[in-house]
Design a protein around this ligand. Structure first.
Ligand code: ATP
Ligand code: MG
Length: 197
């Protein structure tokens, strides 16, 4: 018997725009999670599901998907490298994530462009400033760091950030991805890919 999936009305799909690590990088990130998660804590994101969301569309009709597809790839930055050099923990959402202490400025403008594309297609994208974070594990109830010293400013925002040995991610494409909720977590399918310049 096939697994039940989320029921979406009509032809709607739950979609997001993201960047996806290649298999070797995803394996390194998964290994970082394995080394970092306290024993018995949390659920590591499966290697094949690791990604970084740039803009979330939500559940949309095919016409809206086409609209976003026609606009999202309009302005693509040249290929660039993201350097993941810190780990963060959000106690309220129980998420452990990897982040970039110095994200390139063009990442913010690229995300602004994608959010603008969503808006032009009638969607209401996130308005909070974009913060690149790659979720490594969920349901992490307790995390006291990995011993390299948390940053005070981060702690004051009720998050904890630790430095880690930098992991380089060469970003070469934008992906449109669908998400289906399955009993054992989300299942993602890459629907379309735009290479960066
Ligand atoms: P699940 O919700 O099944 O536990 P998930 O959160 O990974 O799994 P989705 O909720 O479909 O799957 O989300 C797909 C991606 O979009 C994830 O990276 C998620 O963090 C992000 N996302 C989900 N909802 C929003 C939102 N409202 N705003 C911004 N990003 C979102
Ligand atoms: Mg979700």
């Amino acid at each position: 018997m096939s697994e039940p999936t989320t029921v979406l009305s009509g032809d709607r799909q739950r979609l997001f725009l993201a960047i996806w690590p290649d298999a070797a990088l995803a394996a390194r990130l998964h290994e970082l999670t394995r080394r970092t998660l306290p024993p018995g804590q949390g659920r590591a994101i499966e290697t094949r599901n690791l990604h970084l969301t740039l803009a979330f569309l939500g559940s949309v009709e095919p016409t809206c998907r086409s609209c976003v597809e026609s606009l999202a790839g309009e302005q693509r930055p040249p290929a660039f490298t993201l350097i993941f050099d810190c780990l963060g923990y959000w106690p309220r959402s129980h998420l452990l994530w990897a982040g970039c202490s110095q994200p390139p400025a063009m990442l913010r403008s690229w995300v602004d462009h994608l959010r603008g594309a969503l808006r032009r297609c009638g969607l209401e994208p996130e308005t909070r400033p974009f913060k690149a974070h790659l979720t490594l594990a969920r349901n992490v109830r307790r995390y006291s760091g990995i011993g390299r010293g948390g940053r005070v400013a981060a702690r004051m925002r009720h998050e904890r950030v630790d430095d880690v040995a930098p992991v380089e991610w060469p970003v070469t494409a934008l992906m449109l991805v669908s998400s289906e909720t399955r009993p054992h977590g989300a299942r993602y399918t890459i629907l379309r890919e735009w290479p960066l310049g």
